[in-house]
Design a protein around this ligand. Structure first.
Ligand SMILES: *Cc1c(COP(=O)(O)O)cnc(C)c1O
Length: 394
């Protein structure tokens, strides 16, 4: 399946998918699978979505790349749409912000961290983030990631990062000193096990940041663009961050990330401060434009809220499902010890794949489910029966 010449960075893959359509994938053995993972919350509009496919194909025939030395016809529409959606929640800013494109999540986090440092100035470069968080694999994003085991092989980490327990405002207050200039949080910790922040916590963090002159950075790379039942996860708490990172769903699989910032914060970046050869190229923005148009047409947040409630209800009827947590179509299923019978959630996910359902083990005891917005209730029900069958065995 994969080559011996490939670095062994991801372990042995359990399947080779060769084709997809909507919420379905087919592997090289002709097996059909329901995709309840979306390539890690990326393909929200499903596979081979005609609007995205057509936009990418047409752009590839026209112009793929010119670099940021030149303007791009698509930029204005994409940044205006993103800015409008980011400020669309109750409590959203009246004043438009500004966007910087990147190619991935980690790069968006790096750009956000550099922007925060430049804005806050020397001596206030410290960033507090949460244990259990995930912000990417590049060195600064990794340092911000609150998982010490992921730091260990790569020590020393870049300086200036500290971590506090998630959803605990007292711990955050206690971690502040004059060197801290920013707080970086996810509205739902995705890789950390699909753990939502409470609305009260995010409101208290916003207030604390206002009082202390700290920037609030929200990492919406996994949660952004409808998945939690709001355009952005922080909108549930009716707060507006100073900086927002996004990526995964933005290109429906075409790599594109972005950073949004309030205008006064965004103004800290001057020409030469940051850059990326590919970022915001015509091909990526053609995908992003098609994704944003289609997500608004289907009202992605309302769709995620409705289908997420349906799925949660079905999951809770399964023997062996202890509890379901998360928001919208970003869910974790906590499996009972009895149903796991000594198996890890990863082993259960592998058994689901054998039966035609793609999910992943997000903690040793929980599965993550992130189906696309285009999934049908019939497909959600079918996926639940596959899971029920896997949990029944032994
Ligand atoms: C996936 C993820 C990242 C990293 O994105 P990459 O594109 O893999 O670099 C960062 N933050 C969050 C919250 C994520 O879910």
């Amino acid at each position: 399946m994969s080559s011996a010449a490939l670095m062994n960075n991801y372990g042995t893959p359990p399947a080779t998918f060769v084709r997809g359509s909507g919420a379905e994938l087919w592997d090289d053995r002709g097996r059909r699978c329901l995709d309840f993972l979306c390539g890690l919350a990326v393909t929200g509009l499903g596979h081979a979505h005609p609007a995205v496919t057509d936009a990418v194909a047409a752009q590839a025939e026209t112009l793929i790349h010119t670099s940021n030395l030149f303007a791009n016809e698509l930029t204005a529409e994409v940044v205006e749409t993103l800015d409008r959606l980011i400020r669309s929640g109750p409590g959203g800013d009246a004043e438009p912000g500004r966007i910087l494109f990147q190619n991935s999540g980690a790069e968006a986090v790096e750009a956000a961290l550099k922007l925060a440092r430049k804005h806050q100035g020397r001596g206030r470069h410290g960033v507090v983030s949460a244990y259990g968080s995930f912000h990417g694999r590049t060195l600064a994003a990794l340092a911000a990631t609150g998982q010490p085991s992921k730091h260990e092989p790569f020590q020393p980490m870049p300086e200036g990062f500290r971590h506090v327990p998630f959803d605990d405002i007292d711990a955050l207050v206690a971690a502040l000193d004059p060197s801290v200039g920013a707080v970086l949080l996810e509205s739902v910790q995705g890789e950390g096990g699909v753990v939502p922040a409470s609305d009260e916590y995010l409101q208290a963090v916003r207030q604390l940041c206002d009082e202390r002159g700290l920037l609030l950075l929200m990492d919406e790379i996994q949660t952004g663009l409808g998945r939690t039942g709001a355009w952005f996860g922080f909108q549930h708490a009716e707060v507006q961050p100073d900086i927002v990172t996004m990526a995964k769903a933005l290109g429906n699989g075409v790599p594109v990330g972005a950073v949004w910032a309030r205008p006064e914060v965004a103004a800290a970046f001057a020409p030469g401060d940051h850059g990326s050869t590919f970022a915001g190229q015509p091909l990526a923005l053609a995908a992003a434009r098609a994704v944003l148009t289609e997500m608004q047409a289907i009202d992605a947040p309302a769709t995620a809220a409705r289908l997420g409630a349906f799925l949660t209800d079905r999951l809770l009827q399964i023997d062996g499902v202890g509890s379901v947590r998360g928001r919208g179509l970003l869910l974790a299923v906590e499996l009972s010890d009895e149903a796991r019978a000594g198996r890890s959630a990863a082993a259960i996910a592998a058994a689901c794949l054998e039966q035609g359902l793609v999910v992943n083990g997000v903690t040793p005891t929980a599965l993550r489910l992130a189906p696309p917005f285009v999934v049908s209730e019939e497909q959600l029900t079918e996926g639940c029966s596959i899971l029920a069958g896997v949990l029944e065995h032994d």
